[in-house]
Design a protein around this ligand. Sequence first.
Ligand SMILES: [Zn+2]
Ligand SMILES: [Zn+2]
Length: 102
Amino acid sequence: MQRNEDGGIVISCDFCGTDWDEVKPMIEGHRGSVLCLECLKLARPKLAPSDTAFECRLCIQEKPAGTMSWSGTAIGGAPAARVCKPCVEQATRAFTKEGLEV
Ligand SMILES: [Zn+2]
Ligand SMILES: [Zn+2]
C-alpha cells in the first residue's frame, strides 16, 4: 500500500506493514497493493481455505468462502489483507524468475 509521509510516498507491504526500502524484493498487485518476499515465504506453506468470502488484495477478485488463501497481519486496526493461491503461485514464479529463493 502507499501512504503520504513527509511529503513523499511511502510504499509498504499490505500483509506485514514493512516499509519498502527499494531493495527488498516485493511484488505489486492491483491498486498499488504490495506483497513482500518474506510474506510470500510465510504464505506458501500456510495456504488454507478461508472462513468467509473475501477480496484478494493482489488481484482484487472476489473469492468465495473456502478459497485456498493466506491472510497477513492486521495493520493499524484495518482487517488483515488476504491473498489467493493463484496470486501466491504467480508471485512465486516472479520471484523465482528474478533468481530469488522462495
Ligand atoms: Zn510483507
Ligand atoms: Zn489473487
